[in-house]
Design a protein. Structure first.
Length: 240
């Protein structure tokens, strides 16, 4: 993975998307003084079957903020699009371009935009992940073009931002690069995922901390087998 950058913006559909793998890399980066902000397209209101949407949104937003803090992320923003039915198109690209222009990152991070996951056997990806991942790739270019969404570029607003140099896609079945992670970063990532207690508890009977430890260590070891024997977080990297 490239290391000559200072600011990153991670854009995903739901609370917990970043904690399923990418958080260990985020912990590694913030631990070396880099700045990472999170942008959540939804508040995750459709994610817990046993909670009404408004209550789920409140709980999951609080869990996400606590989770982000454990890997050194202080800024967490929610766009408020509807969970489960995020609409592909200009409105989403407009919101993402505005965020990129405001944050001015060199690195964008998102989650698998492909049709499938590769968990040993192929699994179908969800519409929200596919839509958001592709919109992030598109918005990276939109943000630098002054003639796209020019209403965002008033006298008091940010200017165009063509400084995105890479988009890193976590969880991709076509990973090309990897960020090595040390034991301390892995532990922070485990704690970060475990903060999503309501969500994990709704998945089954496993205690959240044990669930998070098993998942992260399994993924890190599997990635190590592919990338030189060292625990890491894989990404599909697009240069710009």
């Amino acid at each position: 993975m490239p290391t000559d950058w200072q600011r990153a913006l991670a854009v995903v559909a739901h609370p917990d998307d970043l904690e399923y793998g990418a958080a260990a890399a985020v912990a590694e980066w913030t631990g070396t003084g880099r700045e990472v902000a999170y942008l959540l397209v939804t508040r995750g209101e459709a994610g817990i079957d046993t909670l009404p949407p408004e209550e789920s949104a409140r709980v999951r937003e609080a869990e996400q903020r606590a989770s982000a803090a454990l890997v050194g992320v202080e800024q967490v923003t929610f766009l408020g699009h509807r969970d489960g039915v995020i609409e592909e198109g200009v409105a989403l690209r407009r919101d993402l371009a505005a965020a990129i222009r405001a944050h001015r990152p060199e690195l964008l991070i998102t989650l698998n935009h492909h049709d499938t996951w590769d968990f040993g056997e192929r699994a179908w990806n969800t519409p929200d992940h596919r839509v958001v991942g592709r919109a992030v790739l598109d918005a990276a270019g939109d943000a630098g073009n002054r003639w796209i969404f020019p209403e965002q570029l008033g006298d008091t607003g940010p200017g165009p931002w063509g400084g995105v140099r890479w988009v890193a896609v976590a969880g991709s079945p076509e990973s090309t690069h990897a960020q090595a992670v040390g034991d301390a970063s892995l532990e922070r990532a485990i704690a970060s995922l475990a903060e999503h207690r309501a969500y994990i508890s709704a998945l089954g009977d496993q205690e959240p901390s044990a669930y998070a430890r098993e998942l992260h260590t399994t993924m890190a070891d599997a990635a190590a087998a592919r990338f030189g024997g060292r625990r890491c977080v894989p990404f599909e990297l697009f240069s710009r």
